[in-house]
Design a protein around this ligand. Sequence first.
Ligand code: SF4
Length: 947
Amino acid sequence: MGAASALQQGLARAASATVKRRSFLLRAGLTAGAAGMARHLPFNVMEPAQAADPKAAAPGVTEVKHTICSHCSVGCSVEAVVSNGVWIRQEPAFDSPLNMGAHCAKGASVREHGHGEHRLRYPMKLVAGKYQRISWEQAINEIGDKLLLLRKESGPDSMIMIGGSKHSNEQSYLMRKFASMWGTNNCDHQARICHSTTVAGVAQTFGYGAMTNSFNDLHFSKAVLFIGSNPAEAHPISMLHFLHAKELGAKMIVIDPRFTRTARFAHHYVRVRPGTDIALVWGILWHVFENGWEDKAFIERRTYGMDDVRKEVAKWTPDKVSDVTGVPEASVRQTAEMLATNKPSSVVWCMGITQHHVGTANVRALAILQLALGNIGMAGGGANIYRGHDNVQGATDVGPNPDSLPGYYGLAEGAWKYFATAWGVDYEWLKGRFSSKELMEKPGMVVSRWFDGVLEKNQYIDQPVNLRAVLYWGHAPNSQTRLPDMKAAMKLLDLLVVIDPYPTMTAAMHGRQDGVYLLPATTQFESSGSVTASNRSIQWRERVIKPLFECKTDQEIMYLFAKKFGFASELCKNIAVVHNEPVIEDILREINRTCWSIGYSGCSPERLKLHMNNKHTFNPTTLLAESGPCKGDYYGLPWPCWGTPEMKHPGTPILYDLSKSVARGGLPFRANWGVEHNGVSLLAADDSFPKESELDAGYPEFDHVFLKKLGWWSELSVAEQAQAEGKNWKTDLSGGIIRVVVGHGCAPYGNARARCNVWNFPDPVPVHREPLMSSRRDLVARYPTYDDKANFWRLPTLYKSVQAIDFAKDYPLIMTSGRLVEYEGGGDETRSNPWLAELQQNMFCEINPQDAQQVGAVTGHYIHVETPTGARLKVMAMVTARVPVGLVWMPYHFGGWWMGDDQLDNYPEGAAPLVRGEAVNTGWTYGYDAVTMMQETKVSLCRLVRA
Ligand code: SF4
């Protein structure tokens, strides 16, 4: 069925059979687990309470805009019906290969987000403790003057920009460029606190920091392990694809401390003690090696360092694994057997794996498990990492990362020179924007610890000044831990700015009388741009409605500040600006011209729009277009999409897949760590190469020298040769090296082995380390954490000195956190949405019946959760056997209360979320990943006190 016909049917049905609000709520509530939801669809044609009367719109006036749900990384398409500029209703895009006509409750109500009654409407300034309306001109001038003064007094590193992962690729890219031209690497976004450990872990193992396969590709899986992942709530429509595989016979294993809504579908459920994932994965691998279930040929041809893993795994005998993890020996063996004898098998993980002080090591253990089983680079296998926000993958790829320029180019002098050339600015000018060359090349402060950049004594931080100003630009504070420390830091700042469609909890928690500004940004539906789903498919959002109220798009706000700071012409040198708004298509074209490293080069605006308009031509299993104008492409040109748009590369649906030619989406592992280590070759074995490759052995990445040696240099045009001379495949702005190399069937980045031993990490082979807040004090001496670090991402960072304190004496329960289907992230958008707010109105904690009995906790009654930070959270008790004895679970989307007190009066009038509650992170404790500074939110300690 084509897009038009599906929509016409939808519109016709809309006139006669809209689903009333009550029905929506009932159905969403009844089917809150995604799978059920998928079966009951479609129920997504709804009639918002305050919508214009659709029947009043004359035929022909109604338009349909194609956009993408903004609430998770599955990338569900939304068809927004707009009449005379008013968004009157929405359809779920029946022809999208990603969601196939299904939406979860959040996706089915995005119109309410776009038209939200609780959004910021105009700029505001805090005066004597109250927010007052001001003009945009006053806001830009006052904030701009203050920042320029701080810059003069303390340098550009006195400010941090905390960006979002819900910005489009173009907005994210422009934000990194903006921070660079301001002169700081103090910029970050949500990926730091959701999947930075995934990106670091899999990039250092395989080559790229991304999900290897797709949601759809699960159709081919014979077994799937969900570990630290609860897609029935966090990624509901992805379950549509997995349940299809299950209907075809795929086995399902769920490993989680809590019996989740996903776990109820499992053939085999494994309840694990939080913080022991490496011990468990090595326990599974122990059985794999013991039974000879590993893929020996794959290991021999395509991996490096597996023998080092074998030595560590040999220590994890079944009895030891059971003692440390709490999992019965037979259950571990059953998991190993199910994965090894039902191949291809896939592993899916989320924040249950990543948000630990050993998060990067956790990720690597799972990546190694899949390498040992030979499950990488094939349909139905893979390391399938479900990311959080709608564009967290894209914002990571090209956005405001403190340790990298767009496309993961790093911060070395060569990277800056490359981007100075690409941006058309003088390198010396760019360098002069920073306090020093040293700071220009040093990773900046991170969002998880910006407040330590304010509170820490200056002599202990690795930049000349403490932070004095914070721009929260599309990011809520309640998603970060240690909120009492954050509140103390907010009070000390010279300037605190929120740029967001909603005031967020920042507006209510700072405890200040002045020095706070709130600037209303538009939602994703009031701007166009591209967004990268978790599977690397890039989709184009059309602008659904013009900016509401006095809201401005993020790109316009950046441009206005750049004008104030005097670098607007440099920011937009190759980007047209219309009415102060940089043209989104031009920004994407600049991304295309610069981000060769990850293949964001072939995905032009024109190609992406063509895909969106021809969704129905893509196969919902393979994502391949089988007919029509996109024939031969994979949906959304999943990156890498090599070369220029004119090269028409189809995208890469499965990473590291040798069964296809590189020109058709195949790839080997990346040669990113040299050609040998300790005398051992890192290049792939002689018989390991992608289909149709003219080189039948491993090889390093391509540069001008290698091309000349092979005799391929003459295939570049004279103009390409002029640009490619002295360059490699990533820095050749002509794209000629990539074009020629792919033409010979080779991967521009080389053909290497995946690394099981990452010698540049704190743990080259992952080892189990007890959580900082461990309740198993007997295990701390045997499995200690890291030594404290004096200088890590510009800050001192504690490990052993925290673990040394026995908090378990006073806080005997393990505390962990997770996601609900109704809400997302810090929750401001979704808790302000009346359709969703009605589904889940109270912050709560799950308590096992035995623990509840100890303190007299009763479902529906308040209880206090006290933690080692000194926090006392007032939440509603839910007594349930979903959690085991000794474990307390809380959702992380709530905010707006502060230790029992509703902060309603602190919000700007009319802009408080409908549902407010205690933020779990007010109680969350210290702990950071040893590679990326990811915060620990999955294992801490608490006690319960009757309210
Ligand atoms: Fe789809 Fe995720 Fe939106 Fe739900 S929240 S509709 S699964 S994109």
